[in-house]
Design a protein around this ligand. Structure first.
Ligand code: FAD
Length: 326
């Protein structure tokens, strides 16, 4: 439990007058009678299709992440899955969410109320279903941490706490602009949503570590051991991706453009995709402690596959599994 800025007052720049020269006149003043009638919507495509369903499908083509919006009402924590989340402004830090007027969450949010955003990681799909009311119970109890008196879902990829500063009519939804008071991000793969289904990034999905141990042994048997000191570069972005590595001792950071993408530890592989497609490396990998790795060259890998056709088949199975969505 933490509340790092509970006593900190907000900078003056948050005190924005809506029509004081910051926002154009008329913004936030759209009322139902000014909006187009649903019948005026032209849906291109199959004649006779349900226009609402077609509109929904059109919107669903926009790929998003998945968040859980949370808020606390007295002792009760309430959560709701939402992908209608957007960044609005960096200075001042503002975000917006769009909440169905029929949702319980809608009744809980009002100006001055805080809400939390937990950006779900790929492995948190069950939580998304749970907070969307799709499953009665997820296998494990949901764990929350409290920051700025606001519950956040543990294990999420990023967290934000915001206070509602404006709310706008948005048809059957309402828009809640939140002034961000707390933000943190971690590492990992995001859960994605597109076309009404969950998706995931294929980049950095493990390949070799998913192979059966006997096959892995056959592949790594001829590898060459190398050692690095803390801070040594192991590979650099742009270099040919002609070797696969597995960490035997120590740890290493994967960095791209100054941002740490991941930290690898003992038993973890890196360079998995580059060694297969032969393209240049897309990130730097730097030792974060005394590091011992096993390097397996592309040629060795190819020879191992030729000697052991089961390995090639197992690899295809792993790759096919990556392309599946369930
Ligand atoms: P309920 O339907 O009562 O609760 C939601 C679920 O969360 C229930 O199963 C409840 O048991 C569980 N829950 C709530 N609090 C807790 C807790 N403390 N501990 C454990 N479980 C708890 N709707 C929108 O309005 N905007 C969106 O942007 C949006 N995006 C979505 C994106 C996706 C990918 C999905 C799947 C759904 C989305 N929805 C969105 C739909 C929305 O998630 C559901 O309609 C949801 O049921 C509305 O929640 P509610 O506030 O009405 O509460």
């Amino acid at each position: 439990m933490s509340d790092p800025s509970a006593t900190r007052s907000l900078p003056l720049e948050f005190d924005l007058p809506v029509h004081g020269g910051f926002a154009p006149a008329g913004i936030g003043e759209t009322f139902p009678e000014d909006t187009p009638d649903a019948d005026e919507l032209e849906i291109a495509g199959e004649p006779g299709q349900d226009p609402v369903a077609a509109f929904r499908r059109t919107l669903g083509m926009f790929a998003t992440g998945v968040t859980v919006i949370t808020t606390q009402d007295h002792d009760q924590v309430h959560g709701m899955t939402a992908n209608a989340f957007m960044s609005v402004s960096l200075r001042p830090p503002l975000i917006v969410i769009s909440v169905d007027r029929r949702a319980k969450m809608h009744a809980l949010l009002n100006e001055g109320r805080r809400y939390g955003i937990s950006v779900l990681a790929d492995e948190q799909r069950a939580l998304s279903d749970r907070f969307a009311g799709r499953t009665a119970e997820s296998p494990e109890e949901v764990e929350f941490e409290l920051v700025h008196e606001t519950p956040l879902v543990r294990g999420a990829l990023a967290h934000l706490v915001a206070r509602v500063v404006r709310s706008y009519w948005g048809g059957d939804h309402s828009l809640f602009v939140g002034q961000v008071e707390y933000a943190r991000y971690g590492e990992g793969q995001p859960l994605l949503f597109h076309g009404g289904r969950y998706e995931h990034l294929l980049e950095r999905a493990p390949v070799f570590s998913s192979l059966p141990p006997a096959i892995l042994e056959a592949i790594t048997a001829q590898g060459e051991e190398r050692t690095f000191e803390t801070g040594d570069p192991v590979v650099r972005a742009g270099e040919p991706g002609d070797e696969l590595f597995v960490i035997l001792e120590g740890s290493a950071d994967v960095m791209r453009g100054g941002t740490r993408l991941a930290t690898f530890g003992v038993g973890e592989f890196f360079g998995e995709i580059a060694v297969l497609d032969g393209r240049p490396r897309s990130a730097d990998v730097t030792a974060t402690s005394a590091l011992r790795v096993l390097a397996i060259s592309r040629d060795l890998l190819q020879a191992a596959m030729e000697r052991e056709p089961r390995a090639a088949w197992a690899m295809l199975e792993v790759l096919a599994g990556r392309l599946r969505d369930d």
